[in-house]
Design a protein around this ligand. Sequence first.
Ligand SMILES: *Cc1c(COP(=O)(O)O)cnc(C)c1O
Length: 376
Amino acid sequence: MKIKKFSQSIFTTRPILPPVKEFNVKIQKIWQSRMLANMGSQHRELEKKITRLLKVPYCSLFNNGTVALMIAIKSLELKGEVITTPFTFPASLTSLTWNNISPVFCDTDPNTLTIDANKIESLITNKTTGILGVHVYGNPCDVKKIDKIAKKHKLKIIYDAAHAFGAEINNVGIGNFGDITMFSFHATKLFHTAEGGALTYKDKNLGQKLYLLKNFGIRNEEEVVLPGINGKMNEIQAALGLTVLKLFEKERKKRGKIRKIYNHFLNKTTGISLIDYPSNLVNSNQYFIIRINTKKFGISRDEVYERFKKYNVFARKYFYPLCSSYPFYKNLPSASRNNLPNAYKASSEVLALPFYGELTDHEIEKICLILLSFRK
Ligand SMILES: *Cc1c(COP(=O)(O)O)cnc(C)c1O
């Protein structure tokens, strides 16, 4: 039987939108206060709520995740080389380059697709100052092993948790690991402020430095004490965040159900494998990812991606291409294919399927049937 295409485009994600009335109430407050930026009441309230939700000691809000990450790297005074993963979004890597740091690519774990902690030590040189891990799809890096390595070699650790808002390991908020953790609140992320981000950290002394770095280095009206930039979240973003935050847990639960439906249809399919999450993890439910083995499934990930489009399904190749293959990184010694066999394999197999709370059971089933009809 021929499956009909969707009458409207189905994208990988769809942002949570609060009732516009609720947002208007907040906007009216902002209008009355005439305070549009510079850490006003909306900002303070959101920062407090996020600190609590993430179960972290300290949190600082930013205008986006990328600037937050650049500032995190700056605040820890990293330089020389930082060991990181090629299997991520460009911003994880370019934040290093903007800080004049040379990334050293480490291969990924074949199952979690996060940086392979067993391969980090062999990449350490006398120029290494830190490790930048990414909790890919909300799957935590091997935080224990990475912590040990960092202690032994006196390295700093930064985690990119752009996919992991609200994730917990053994009930510990994911923002508690490493020296600093970055979260992105871009509209494509489950919790969002249209654009925005945050850093979480444990060392109280970092707070003042992060504040200065995101506020031009201005300490007071007459003192500018370091070369900061502008990383401040504004009141409109924070107000949106406060209204989105109310819907966050419900959306995450809905996605949890959607994951189960997908699993039900796909987990026994030859040639398709799913991402394993550890049982002690509270899942951030940022993405639903499948891996396609061309030989076993009969057609490649790239063909599946193209053929989905004919049905109005717009899946995404997260993450392809690898960051190590960008023209400005590909000549680094660590960028060679031999150094990154698992990352190359994953990058050719992964596909993010539509994953947002408003998807109906019927739509999910149909997406699965379309996918299964591609088998050879
Ligand atoms: C979204 C994302 C970022 C960038 O965050 P912005 O808030 O859009 O600047 C960085 N790293 C990863 C892994 C991301 O998915």
